[in-house]
Design a protein around this ligand. Structure first.
Ligand code: ATP
Ligand code: MG
Length: 356
């Protein structure tokens, strides 16, 4: 099969980690008889330098007409002086909006080989850990009514948390579909003991669950969930939650893995379309030094194969190659400390590609 991927290398280490990822994708294509076609487009600082805008309309059009988008990272000190609406980071919000990316998926994985990098006790994460947080990305309190008013206690400000049945239904479906491809368990996180919007959330999630008899549904209050994430994270498979709770929980979940250079993410729209990018930023402090860890981006490509293209074996082949690379004792500088010798970004890409 032929797959068309819009590629946004971006700024800083973005182009470096993306180059290694395409290397790995090409190997997967060779092995499984697929053709991945890449169209490189500009966004972020690179686009500002070239065209004067952080998100040229050509970029949006090419992304829309592709099967999926792979993004490195955007931004950096070079563009820090620009006013808010012209900054490279705006390109991300613009793309999310233009492409209708309402579901943000962030896996938190602890690789057995990297257990020493996690802040959790070895016995808690023994045998590895694999959780996905599914965060609603285009609704809730971040997008509800906002305002100011006068009260007897002085001037006040407010933000409204609001969810419609349709919004909850579509994010719940993403979570259950995901669980079907994984450990068949969904934990829905809310604050239904206090919030009306959470009660609607809980009811609609239960309705969606009825269509997935093979998946177990648990409901947790967000305070309990944040505690359970560090106490007993292995109870989780897929966590689905609102925009704000997801913002907080996905950061917490990502930190239990210990290393930002390892973490992929996906932002999905209706009908399997998605944008895939590492959780980390453009890391200007190490750009050009060959120290960047390409694994977060390589694993993002594996998510693309699994969730947008439905290529399960191909996705697994990438994840297995990363495991073998780590098992063989190789690490990039971010995972080394002083004791170990590190491999460069390019060497890491070569070694992982060779394991496909
Ligand atoms: P952004 O605002 O884009 O998220 P940031 O400055 O908050 O950017 P990062 O760019 O993610 O954060 O960098 C945070 C730290 O992690 C930096 O010290 C950076 O060098 C390091 N880092 C980020 N990504 C990687 C990577 N892939 N490999 C090695 N180190 C990384
Ligand atoms: Mg950051």
């Amino acid at each position: 099969m032929n797959y068309n991927i819009a590629v946004i290398p971006g700024d800083g280490i973005g182009p470096e980690v993306v180059a290694e990822t395409l290397k790995v994708l090409d190997k997967v294509g060779d092995k499984f008889n697929h053709k991945f076609n890449y169209t490189q487009v500009l966004a972020g600082g690179a686009a500002i330098d070239e065209t004067g805008e952080c998100l040229p309309s050509e970029t949006v059009n090419i992304c829309k007409n592709s099967d999926a988008v792979l993004l490195g990272a955007v931004g950096g000190p070079k563009w820090d002086a620009l006013p808010g609406e012209q900054r490279p980071e705006r390109a991300l919000l613009g793309i999310r909006k233009a492409l209708g990316l309402y579901a943000n998926l962030r896996p938190a994985m602890v690789f057995d080989e990297l257990a020493d990098a996690s802040p959790l006790k070895p016995e808690i994460i023994a045998g590895g850990l694999d959780i996905v947080v599914v965060r609603e990305l285009t609704g809730g309190i971040y997008f509800g009514e906002k305002g100011h008013k006068d009260t007897p206690m002085g001037p006040a400000a407010y933000d409204v948390e609001e969810y419609s049945e349709g919004e909850v239904k579509r994010i719940a479906k993403v979570a259950f579909d995901m669980a079907m491809k994984r450990g068949k368990k969904v934990t829905s996180v809310d604050k239904a003991n206090v919030l009306e919007s959470s009660r609607l959330w809980r009811r609609v999630v239960a309705e969606v669950a009825a269509d997935y008899p093979d998946v177990t549904l648990d409901n947790l209050y967000v305070d309990n969930a944040s505690m359970q994430l560090v106490r007993n994270p292995k109870q989780f498979d897929v966590i689905v939650t609102s925009n704000m709770f997801g913002d907080i929980l996905s950061d917490e979940a990502s930190q239990i893995t210990g290393s930002i250079g390892m973490l992929p993410s996906a932002s999905l729209a209706d009908g399997n379309f998605g944008m895939y990018e590492p959780v980390h930023g453009s890391a200007p402090d190490i750009a050009g030094t060959g120290q960047a860890n390409p694994i977060a981006t390589i694993l993002s490509a594996a998510m693309m194969l699994r969730y947008t293209f439905g290529l399960m074996d191909e996705a697994a082949s990438i994840e297995n190659a990363v495991h073998k690379f780590l098992k063989n004792g190789y690490r990039t500088a971010d995972l080394c400390g002083d004791a170990k010798e590190s491999v460069t970004t390019i060497k890491a890409g070569d070694l992982i590609a060779a394991e496909i």
